[in-house]
Design a protein around this ligand. Structure first.
Ligand code: SAM
Length: 356
């Protein structure tokens, strides 16, 4: 069942059938720059993990492993007495009461499955992505590169193969990952597939990067660029266990600084929420994206121009990308998972066929 809210801005691909076959679920100052050389390279291991960098940027779910009922298993204190969200119906209403300001905690959308619960896991039409139909709601999953470990307290599901071997999957939360929101929104292609080389701009602490790492698998690589020190530390910690992630602590506005670390890539995924993000993407494409490669960009309308209607902003970004040979083929809004966000997917330096 398609999610309510997501809508195609446009798509060049003719569509038939359901859009969503994946089912519905639904700083601190950076360390001193290396003044000697241009390239700072991968961010060094965290100095002290115990100080000040606990948890991802968004507060993590409080208790994912214990009980899926009752919003506040540990009791609610202070002002945090919001009514429970309707988690059983999947994707309805992210903020039923209209949450404003910074209090935008993501709903615990992985509650549909309890630890150890059996679920029928199927391949999603996006290669490397899976989905499970559970009693209450369906979830998208990626195959865990590091079985036994979660990255952001997400739930895991184990499945036994016919030969007795076990495979573990991690639930991919669309409220925490715009890429997952795009997949669930029914985007035609994300181009991130097993074996792909991906440049990921705006890695943050690695929530989505970890799922991209799962998808590309051991034969692929994820170059994960993040310029904010605090999330970059968590990213590095995570990448220590995931050998296909190369964390790069740099400003994506200056791809020359990390050109020695990044090879040519098949896909660039950009999620940096900056007013000049189209320019940043095109700069990186010039350096690293192969001809005929693909891009996926998440656009937060307010970040670019809060005075314009979101649709106008998406169109503005599309045109800007087009001017740099990044041709968007598809655009989709990320409602209901992310309001006022859209995702554009397209290709790079593809010569249009002439109609004779
Ligand atoms: C919306 S968050 C990314 C969330 C992440 N993609 C995920 O799904 O887990 C945007 C991130 O981009 C980073 N960022 C913004 N501008 C950047 C730049 N110029 N270079 C590198 N990172 C940047 C921010 O520090 C922030 O962590």
């Amino acid at each position: 069942m398609p999610p309510k809210g997501a809508s195609f801005i446009w798509s060049e691909t003719p569509r038939g059938g359901p859009r969503n076959d994946g089912g519905m679920i639904r700083g601190r100052r950076p360390p001193p720059r290396n003044n000697v050389g241009m390239i700072r390279g991968p961010y060094p291991p965290p100095r002290n993990n115990n100080i000040g960098i606990r948890g991802p940027r968004r507060p993590p779910p409080r208790n994912n492993n214990v009980g899926i009922r009752g919003r506040h298993p540990g009791g609610v204190r202070g002002h945090d007495r919001r009514p429970p969200q309707n988690n059983n119906v999947g994707i309805r209403g992210r903020h039923p009461g209209g949450v404003r300001g910074h209090d935008r905690r993501p709903p615990r959308n992985d509650r549909g499955i309890r630890g150890g619960q059996k679920a029928l896991i199927m391949s999603h039409r996006h290669e490397g992505v899976f989905y499970a139909k559970t009693g209450k709601e369906d979830v998208v999953l990626t195959k865990n590169m590091v079985p036994g470990q979660s990255v952001y307290n997400e739930k895991r599901i184990s499945n036994q193969n016919e030969d007795g071997s076990k495979v573990e999957y991690r639930i991919w939360n669309p409220y925490r990952s715009k890429l997952a929101a795009a997949v669930l929104g029914g985007v035609d292609n994300i181009w991130i597939v097993p074996g792909a080389r991906v440049l990921y701009l705006g890695a943050a602490s690695g929530t989505s990067v970890s799922h991209v790492s799962d998808i590309v698998g051991p034969t692929g690589v994820v170059y994960a660029v993040e310029f904010s020190a605090r999330p970059a530390r968590e990213l590095v910690t995570m990448a220590q266990k995931r050998t296909n992630i190369i964390p790069i602590f740099e400003d994506a506005r200056h791809p020359a600084k990390y050109r020695m670390l990044v090879g040519m890539v098949d896909v660039i995924f950009s999620d940096i929420a900056q007013p000049d993000q189209a320019r940043i993407l095109s700069l990186n494409a010039e350096y690293f994206l192969k001809v005929g490669g693909h891009f996926v960009i998440s656009i937060k309308a307010n970040c670019i121009d809060s005075t314009k209607a979101a649709d106008k902003v998406y169109e503005q970004v599309r045109k800007e990308l087009r001017a740099h040979q990044l041709k968007a083929r598809e655009g989709i809004t990320l409602d209901p998972y992310e309001r006022h966000h859209a995702c554009l997917v397209g290709d790079y330096r593809v010569v249009e066929k002439q109609n004779n």
